[in-house]
Design a protein around this ligand. Structure first.
Ligand SMILES: Cc1cc2nc3c(=O)[nH]c(=O)nc-3n(C[C@H](O)[C@H](O)[C@H](O)COP(=O)(O)OP(=O)(O)OC[C@H]3O[C@@H](n4cnc5c(N)ncnc54)[C@H](O)[C@@H]3O)c2cc1C
Ligand code: SF4
Ligand code: SF4
Length: 1001
C-alpha cells in the first residue's frame, strides 16, 4: 500500500483546512474498519476543527473526484462506516453543544458529540437524550442519526428518528440545508428554492410508493432498513423532512448539526429479573410481559451468563441477581414517574410468572420466577453487563468468532419464540451456534453465529444462514434490519425484503440527493455482495507474517506464537473510546485521537503482523508513534471486554524495535536502572546534579530525552539494605525461621513455635529500595507489629545486586534482561514458593508483574506458583483481616484520607484492599479519588515528547481532586510514579499506605 494515493488531494487539504489531515498508511489503516467484519482502506482521513473546514474538505474531495465518508465513533456493525473514501472524523473536534433550551426540552449539537458526554451535560438540568444505546460511551449523535439507532428503552421513547427535531446537512452540491418539520404544502420554502424542488420530489415519490410502502414496510417498531419512505407518505400531518436523512448512513449528505428532543430524566426504577428454565419459554413470555408496559425487556441467555461469570468485573454483579442456573433471564424494567406504580407492576410481574407456571420451589424447566432489583447501583451494574453483551460473547479466543449479519432481525412478538427456535435449527444445520441477547420487548434479538471468515466453507455458511433467516423473517412480516443499519451486510437483501419497486425508489432517493455518488457510495443502494471477501477484514490472502515474539501468546491462535490471535481479539466495538468511567485509555482522553486508543493500536498491530503495512512494520516509526502514548496502564487488560492487553503487546513492539535499532539512551537509563543503581548510590551528589547544576536538565533533555521540566527521583546513600529496622539482617532461608530466636525480642530472630502461616516475604522493589526506603521500613514495622515473621527476599547467588522483578527492563522492551532478573528472583524465592509463603510488595507495578508478565516470560512451575503467592501489601493485610488473623492496633485518626489507585491495582482488582485496610484506622474517613491514570506511568511522564500528555492526563481528575482536598487530608497513593506526579502537579506529599499505617501503630 503506497503512503499517499492522492497527493494532490492531500496537498490541497493540508493547505486548505485547519484540522488533522493524514494520508499515511497507519492512519488510514486505523480507519479501514468499523465494528463489522469488513475492511476497506480509505483514501485519507481528515478531522476538521470547524464545520467550515468540514465543508471545505467536502468541496475539495468533490473537486478531486473522491467520495466522502462521515464518521463518528466508528462502532457500526454492518460496514456502513468503511469505504474507499476521504474519511471525515467528526468525533475529534466537531463535538460541541451549540444550543440548550431547558424549558423547551431541546438542544442543538454538532454531530461528533458522544451520547454519554451529551447526557452528562444535560443531567444537571434534569434532562437526557433517551435513545440509550449500548455504545452510548462512544457512539456519536451523528452516527446515531446516520443509523437511526435504537436504545433499550425504545418501547417508551422510540428510535433516534422519534427524538430528532431537525438535521442540518451539507448536500452534494455543497449547499447547506436545514431539514425539519414542514407542512404538507411545503409553504415554508420559496417555490423557486432548491429545497422546495427537492422536498416536492420526495413527497411525490412518497405518494407514488404509498401502497408499496404500506404493503412491504414491516409493521414492527424496529425497522431501520432502507430509506424512510414512510416519512414521505401523503396525508401525514407530522411531516418531518429530517426523517429521510435519519438512517441514511451518510449516503445523502453530511450532517452538520442535529436538533434533539430531550426527555426528563428517569426517576427511580424497578427491575425484575425473570428467570426461565428454557430459552424458548422466555421468548414466549415476552409478548405477555410487554402488556405490563415496561420501558424495557432485555434478554441475557445462559451462554452470556456463563461467559460474564468468567470476567472479573462482571462476576460480582451476576452473583447478586442470578439465582441458580437459568437458561435465560428477561430483565424487565418499569420506569413510571410514580415509583409505587413501578412496585405494583413488579408485583404483577411476579404474579404473571406464577400464572405462567414458574416457582422457585419447582424443579426442572418450571423452576424460576422474579428476582426484584431495586438498588439503583445494582441496576446500573446490570446495565453494564447487559450493554457489554456482545463484547462478552466476543471474548472467545478461537479463530471462529460470533459474526454479525443476521444479528438484528425483528419479528412480531407472537412469533419470537418460534423464530428463535427455527433460527437455532438453521445454525445447527450449518454446523454452528449462536448466543442471544438484547431487546426482547421490541422483538429485536441479537444473535451472532460463530464462524471463521477465513474459511470459504464458513463464508458459504454465512450466505446460506442469511438467506434462510431473512426468508423466515419475511414470512413473519418482520424486519431484517432492526437496529444496527444496512451497511454492506444487509443492503444486498433489500430487494428480497422490500421488493424491487421499493429498492428502485430507494435508488431514486439517492440519485435525487447525490447523483454523483459523493457520499458513502455502495451503502443502502448499489451495494456490493455482502460476502465479497475482497471487502473482508480477513480477506483473501489474509495471513499472519512470521514475526518473532518474546512473550507467551500461546493462549491464542495465529502467527507469532499466537500474537496474531491476541491482536485480532479487538473487534472494533470502541469501548476503549469512553471518556469517563474506568481508566482506559488515559492518553486518548486527552488527545481524542484514534491513534491513542487501544482499538487504534490493535488495528495497527493487526495490519502490521499480517503484512498490510509494509515490511518490518512492527518495528517501524509508524508503529512507535502508534504506541508512544500508551502508558502501559493495563486498563485495557481488564476493561476491554475482549481482554486486549496492549501493555503486553507494547513490550513486543519495543522489543522488535530494539532488536532492529538497539536501545536509545533514555531507554537504557530507564531500563537498566536496577543494574547501575548499586553503583549510583555511591555518588548521590553526582547523580542528583542534573537537577541542581544550571543547564544540566536541559542537557539531559537534549541527550537523553528526559524533560527539563521534571525533576528526577533523588538518589541517596541510606538506601534500604534488606534489614527491617529494629531487627537484624533477616535470614534468607525460611527453614531457619522456625528454629531460631524469639520474635518478641525485636532482635530479628523468631520464635520456634511460629509456623509458615505467620511468615511473609517482603519483596523490596528497586524504586522503594533506592528512593523511598521509608515505605519498606514502614511495611516491615506494620507487618512485624501485626505479628508476622517478615523476611526480606535476597539474592540466592552471592552477587551484591539486589533482586528485581524486571519491570524497568520490560518497560523498554528489554525482554531478555527482564527474564534474567525474573529467573534470578524466582531462584531466590524458591524456598518460600515451595512452602507457599506469601510474597508481599509495595510498588504495585513490580509485585503485580509476578502475576502477569513473569509467568509469560518464564515458563516454570515456580513462576506459576509465585503468581498465586505475590500480593500487594494491602492485599495481604486485607486477606488476613478477612480470615480473622490480622491483629493490628491502630491509633484513632479523625479526618479524611483521599486514595488514588495505581492503574495496575485497578487492572488486577487490587485497589479495593487499599480502602479496606485504611478503614481499619479508627475514625478515618476514606474517600476514593475518581481518577484514571495519574499520567506519570513510570518513565512516560519524564519524556520530553510525552510530558505534556502526561500532565494533561493528571489534570483530567487526579490533580484537581488533590488540590481541592483539605490541607489536613491524608493523600494516599501506592505507586511511586503517582506520588511523583501528585508532588509535581500540586506540591502535596502523597503517602504509601504502609507509611499511613506505620504512623498510627
Ligand atoms: C457492541 C455494540 C453494541 C451496539 N449496540 C447498539 C444498540 O444498542 N443500539 C443501536 O442502535 N446500535 C448499537 N450498535 C451500533 C452502533 O454503535 C450505533 O449504530 C451507533 O449509533 C453508531 O454511532 P457511531 O458514532 O459509532 O457511528 P459511526 O459508525 O461512526 O457512523 C454510523 C453511520 O453514520 C454516518 N455518519 C456519522 N457521522 C455523520 C455525519 N456527520 N453526517 C452524515 N453521516 C454521518 C456514517 O457514515 C455511518 O454510515 C452497537 C454496536 C456495537 C459494536
Ligand atoms: S481494544 Fe477492546 S475495547 Fe477497544 S475496540 Fe478493541 S475490543 Fe473494543
Ligand atoms: S495499556 Fe493503558 S494506555 Fe495502553 S492501550 Fe491499554 S488502556 Fe490504553
Amino acid at each position: 500500500m503506497a503512503d499517499t494515493l492522492r497527493p494532490v488531494l492531500e496537498r490541497r487539504l493540508k493547505s486548505g483546512i485547519a484540522g488533522d489531515v493524514s494520508f499515511d498508511r497507519f492512519t488510514r489503516g486505523r480507519y479501514a474498519t468499523d465494528a463489522s467484519h469488513y475492511q476497506i482502506m480509505p483514501v485519507g482521513v481528515v478531522a476538521p476543527r470547524t464545520m467550515d473546514d468540514a465543508a471545505r474538505a467536502i468541496a475539495i474531495a468533490r473537486e478531486e473526484g473522491v467520495s466522502v465518508l462521515a464518521r463518528g465513533g466508528g462502532t457500526s456493525q454492518c460496514g456502513q462506516t468503511v469505504n474507499a473514501s476521504l474519511v471525515i472524523d467528526c468525533s475529534k473536534y466537531l463535538n460541541r453543544i451549540l444550543e440548550l433550551d431547558v424549558e423547551g426540552k431541546r438542544c442543538v449539537v454538532e454531530p461528533g458529540i458522544v451520547l454519554d458526554d451529551l447526557n452528562r451535560a444535560l443531567k444537571p438540568h434534569g434532562l437526557w437524550f433517551p435513545v440509550d444505546i449500548s455504545t452510548a460511551s462512544r457512539a456519536t449523535i451523528g452516527g446515531m442519526t446516520g443509523n437511526n439507532s435504537c436504545g433499550a428503552r425504545s418501547l417508551r421513547y422510540g428510535n433516534t428518528r422519534e427524538n430528532v427535531i431537525s438535521v442540518n446537512a451539507i448536500l452534494s452540491d455543497g449547499r447547506a440545508q436545514a431539514f425539519g418539520p414542514a407542512s404538507p404544502s411545503l409553504s415554508e420554502f420559496p417555490p423557486s428554492s432548491p429545497m422546495h424542488a427537492l422536498a416536492s420530489d420526495l413527497l411525490a415519490l412518497g405518494a407514488r410508493e404509498a401502497d408499496e410502502v404500506a404493503a412491504r414496510f414491516p409493521k414492527v417498531q424496529r425497522r431501520v432498513g432502507g430509506y424512510n419512505l414512510d416519512a414521505l407518505l401523503p396525508g401525514r400531518n407530522d411531516l418531518n423532512l429530517a426523517h429521510i436523512l435519519i438512517g441514511s448512513e451518510g449516503t445523502l449528505g453530511f450532517t452538520t448539526q442535529v436538533e434533539l428532543k430531550l426527555s426528563p430524566l428517569l426517576g427511580r426504577r424497578a427491575v425484575g429479573a425473570c428467570h426461565f428454565g428454557r430459552f424458548y419459554d422466555a421468548m414466549d413470555a415476552a409478548q405477555h410481559i410487554v402488556r405490563l408496559k415496561p420501558i424495557g425487556v432485555e434478554l441475557i441467555d445462559r451462554t452470556m451468563i456463563e461467559l460474564a461469570r468468567e470476567i472479573a468485573i462482571f462476576r460480582p454483579t451476576l452473583e447478586q441477581f442470578v439465582r441458580g442456573a437459568p437458561d435465560a433471564i428477561l430483565l424487565v424494567e418499569f420506569g413510571e414517574d410514580d415509583h409505587d406504580e413501578n412496585l405494583r407492576r413488579l408485583k404483577q410481574l411476579s404474579a404473571l410468572m406464577g400464572d405462567l407456571g414458574y416457582a422457585w420451589t419447582k424443579d426442572g424447566l418450571k423452576q424460576g420466577g422474579v428476582v426484584d432489583i431495586l438498588d439503583p447501583a445494582l441496576q446500573a451494574a446490570i446495565t453494564e453487563v447487559r450493554t457489554s453483551g456482545l463484547n462478552i460473547m466476543m471474548s472467545m479466543k478461537d479463530e471462529g468468532k460470533p459474526v454479525s449479519f443476521v444479528e438484528d432481525c425483528a419479528v412480531p412478538l407472537e412469533h419470537l419464540a418460534e423464530y428463535t427456535l427455527r433460527l437455532t435449527d438453521v445454525f445447527e444445520k450449518h454446523g454452528t451456534r449462536g448466543t442471544w441477547y438484547a431487546h426482547a420487548g421490541a422483538g429485536c434479538l441479537h444473535v451472532r453465529p460463530v464462524l471463521n471468515l477465513r474459511l470459504d466453507k464458513d463464508v458459504k455458511a454465512m450466505r446460506a444462514i442469511a438467506e434462510e433467516a431473512f426468508a423466515m423473517v419475511r414470512a413473519y412480516k418482520g424486519s431484517h434490519s432492526g437496529e444496527h443499519g444496512d451497511g454492506i451486510v444487509r443492503s444486498e437483501f433489500h430487494e428480497f425484503m422490500f421488493g424491487s419497486k421499493l429498492v428502485r425508489a430507494f435508488e431514486q432517493v439517492k440519485a435525487r440527493f447525490d447523483p454523483d455518488g459523493l457520499f458513502n457510495p455502495g451503502k443502502i443502494v448499489h451495494a456490493p455482495k455482502f460476502d465479497d471477501r475482497a471487502n473482508f477484514r480477513f480477506g483473501p490472502g489474509y495471513r499472519g507474517e512470521d514475526v518473532a515474539t518474546r512473550l507467551d501468546w500461546s493462549a491464542w491462535p495465529g502467527s507469532g506464537g499466537g500474537f496474531q490471535g491476541a491482536v485480532e481479539m479487538c473487534n472494533n466495538n470502541g469501548a476503549c473510546r469512553k471518556i469517563e468511567g474506568g481508566v482506559m485509555c488515559p492518553s486518548y482522553r486527552v488527545t481524542r485521537d484514534e491513534r491513542d486508543v487501544t482499538r487504534g493500536r490493535a488495528n495497527s498491530l493487526r495490519l502490521a503482523v499480517t503484512g498490510q503495512l509494509g515490511p518490518d512494520a512492527l518495528s517501524s516509526d509508524g508503529m512507535a508513534e502508534t504506541m508512544k502514548l500508551c502508558v502501559s496502564c493495563k486498563a485495557c487488560r481488564r476493561e476491554c471486554p475482549t481482554g486486549v492487553d496492549m501493555a503486553r503487546m507494547k513490550i513486543e513492539v519495543q522489543a522488535a524495535r530494539a532488536a532492529r535499532f538497539g536501545f536509545p539512551l533514555r531507554d537504557r537509563l530507564v531500563g537498566w536502572l536496577p543494574r547501575y543503581a548499586p553503583y549510583a548510590i555511591a555518588f548521590p551528589w553526582l547523580m542528583n546534579a542534573r537537577d541542581i547544576v544550571p543547564g544540566a536538565a536541559w542537557l539531559s533533555e537534549r541527550l537523553a530525552g528526559f524533560s527539563a521540566r521534571r525533576s528526577l527521583p533523588q538518589w541517596r546513600r541510606d538506601v534500604f539494605r534488606d534489614v527491617i529496622p529494629g531487627r537484624g539482617r533477616e535470614p534468607a532461608n525460611p527453614e531457619s525461621i522456625t528454629t531460631t530466636g524469639s520474635m518478641d525480642s525485636g532482635s530479628g530472630t523468631v520464635a520456634p513455635s511460629r509456623n509458615d502461616e505467620h511468615q511473609v516475604v517482603l519483596f523490596a522493589d528497586t524504586f522503594n529500595r533506592y528512593f523511598e526506603r521509608e515505605n519498606l521500613d514502614a511495611a516491615g514495622a506494620v507487618l512485624t507489629a501485626a505479628g508476622y515473621i517478615v523476611q526480606v527476599a535476597q539474592p540466592a547467588d552471592d552477587r551484591k545486586r539486589p533482586l528485581c522483578c524486571g519491570r524497568t527492563f520490560l518497560s523498554v522492551g528489554a525482554v531478555d534482561q527482564a527474564r534474567e532478573e525474573a529467573e534470578r528472583t524466582l531462584a531466590a524465592l524458591a524456598p518460600f514458593i515451595d512452602r507457599g509463603i506469601p510474597v508481599v510488595g509495595l510498588e504495585p507495578s513490580c509485585i503485580l508483574s509476578f502475576r502477569d508478565e513473569i509467568p509469560a516470560l518464564v515458563k516454570s512451575d515456580a513462576a506459576d506458583k509465585l503468581a498465586g503467592l505475590a500480593l500487594t501489601f494491602e492485599e495481604f493485610l486485607a486477606l488476613e483481616h478477612k480470615a480473622g488473623r490480622l491483629d493490628l492496633k491502630l491509633k484513632s485518626t479523625p479526618g479524611r484520607a483521599l486514595v488514588h489507585g495505581h492503574c495496575h491495582q485497578k487492572a488486577f482488582d487490587a485497589f479495593g484492599p487499599v480502602q479496606t485496610v485504611l478503614k481499619l484506622i479508627p475514625d478515618l474517613k476514606v474517600e476514593t479519588i475518581e481518577s484514571s491514570c495519574c499520567g506519570m506511568a513510570g518513565a512516560f511522564g519524564y519524556g520530553a515528547d510525552t510530558i505534556d500528555v502526561s500532565l494533561a492526563i493528571g489534570e483530567l481528575s487526579l490533580l484537581p481532586a488533590v488540590r481541592k482536598a483539605p490541607d489536613d487530608a491524608i493523600i494516599v497513593a501506592d505507586g511511586t510514579s503517582c506520588r511523583h506526579q501528585i508532588h509535581d502537579g500540586t506540591g502535596r506529599e502523597a503517602l504509601h499506605l504502609a507509611r499511613v499505617l506505620a504512623d498510627r501503630l
